[in-house]
Design a protein. Sequence first.
Length: 243
Amino acid sequence: MRKVALVTGSSRGIGAACAEALAEAGWAVCINCVERADLAAALCEKLRKAGHDAAWFQADVADADAVRAMVAYCEKELGKVSLLVNNAGIARQQLFQDIDRAAWDRVFAVNLGGCYNTIQAVLPHMLHEHAGCIVNMSSIWGQYGASCEVTYSATKHAIIGLTKSLAAELAPSGIRVNAVAPGVIDTDMVQVLGRETLEALAGEIPLGRLGQAAEIAHAVVYLAEAAYTTGQVLAVNGGFPVI
């Protein structure tokens, strides 16, 4: 089976780093964005110029029809998806009592519903081939919880449950399901915390710094190739938090 990876939310940040690392590891990569089509197109062109097979598609992972169209396009351009990296996600910083239902539903629709939609779309081929790999992006806050990020933490905790349950269900079909739980990674998503807060967080991390997107990508590439690893949550967090 040809090595074809679909990486959601991959126009920038951790997703873009995953797309680049997978391309370097020999995967044909389909890049996904919801808004930054300019960045997705630029990354695709960069990978092609480096001699890699790549395509890109703009789709909201919360929209099941858009996801099915994206998978169909990926199959036409690159081949059937053998690796799905569910990276697309959004976060909101709010006190729980200030979260309205629309905001709550949107975060769940993207972070958890997006996993449902993409897995549903690629799974029939994986079941037919009796092979495939799914890597879901959880978070340190899905493992430990975060004040003022209840919605995000809840979705990322649910992704861990999804990963472990689906791994048990799909293992007899030769399909592996794992998750990566990044710590505090130096991307646009954490910049909203402000430099002072980020410096304080870095001081609490045993390795003494924030993580880099490429370090999460390295974990994803490992899980993509780790043939005897399934149902695991790989924490890449610099040793934080210290419990």
